[in-house]
Design a protein around this ligand. Structure first.
Ligand code: NAD
Length: 256
């Protein structure tokens, strides 16, 4: 075990099961000595999150549905009581309706568009606003994005537009919070088979293409994302803010 995050209190939002990218991130953070608080979306996933989180000594497990301001306020209050000072926030949350992740983007409903952006984008803004006051010793916020923000990827549709807004939010938040020595960054991961990925039609062919074309000739491991997140949460990345860092085996650099 390393010591890069010894004495650091970090909240991890977005564990649903052991395949969640947030879980891989939590493991990398715990390996470097961080104390963790996990949030879960609803009672539907609580049992699974509890079981995983309890394998990491001394961690907290708290409810937070990011569509509810009162849940976020309560989370901030509990973290203030339990941690006092917060050093890091991992935001690994997204959602879109299944019907908005297939077919043509122009068919996205007003309601589907609003929901995807509320959960996948506005939540980063709302949570950063409520939790950054606890980062009195400086801090690091990170979120998860995907290349569908910049390029048209089949079936990614409304989530691509949401990820573009998320990456822009990272830059605006970095500018707001930088004077308080709070950094805000995103990791753009290659495709990884998780619960959220199950919602994307034809995910297998996306994985196959990455395996064939990425410079590293492999798909992305959640643990690779976990270790990059650990770097972003540690003092090693102290000069980096407002950035989107690709962890995708280099796939994004390849042309035709
Ligand atoms: P996942 O399904 O394990 O994680 C998504 C999480 O979002 C779940 O824990 C779910 O409970 C949470 N969530 C959804 N609605 C919520 C709400 N209202 N309140 C609180 N939490 C809510 O899947 P994942 O692939 O680990 O996704 C994590 C992040 O990584 C997402 O932002 C996703 O877009 C991003 N990402 C995933 C991939 C991939 O290929 N899997 C690639 C790049 C980026």
């Amino acid at each position: 075990m390393g010591e890069l995050l010894a004495g650091k209190n970090i909240v991890v939002m977005g564990v649903a099961n052991d395949r969640s990218i947030a879980w891989a991130i939590a493991q990398s953070l715990a390996e470097q000595g961080a104390r963790l608080a996990f949030t879960y979306e609803s009672e539907r996933v609580e049992g699974r999150v509890r079981k995983l989180a309890e394998s990491i000594p001394n961690s907290l497990i708290l409810p937070c549905n990011v569509t509810a301001d009162e849940d976020i306020d309560k989370l901030a209050d509990t973290l203030r009581t339990e941690f006092g000072v917060l050093h890091g926030l991992v935001h690994s949350i997204a959602f879109a309706k299944a019907e908005d992740l297939a077919g043509e983007f122009q068919d996205t409903s007003r309601e589907g568009f609003a929901l995807a952006n509320d959960i996948s984008v506005y939540s980063l803004v709302a949570v950063s606003k409520r939790l950054s006051p606890l980062m009195t010793e400086g801090g690091s916020v990170m979120t998860m994005t995907y290349m569908g923000s910049e390029r048209v990827m089949r079936n990614y549709n409304v989530m691509g537009v949401a990820k573009a807004a998320l990456e822009s939010s990272v830059r605006y938040l970095a500018n707001d919070l930088g004077p308080r020595n709070i950094r805000v960054n995103a990791i753009s991961a290659g495709p990884i088979r998780t619960l959220a990925a199950k919602g994307i039609s034809d995910f297998n062919s996306i994985l196959k293409q990455v395996e064939e074309k990425a410079p590293l000739r492999k798909t992305t491991d959640a643990a690779e994302v976990g270790d990059t997140a650990m770097f972003l949460l540690s003092h090693l990345s102290r000069g980096i803010t407002g950035e989107v860092i690709y962890v995708d085996g280099g796939y994004n650099i390849v042309g035709a």
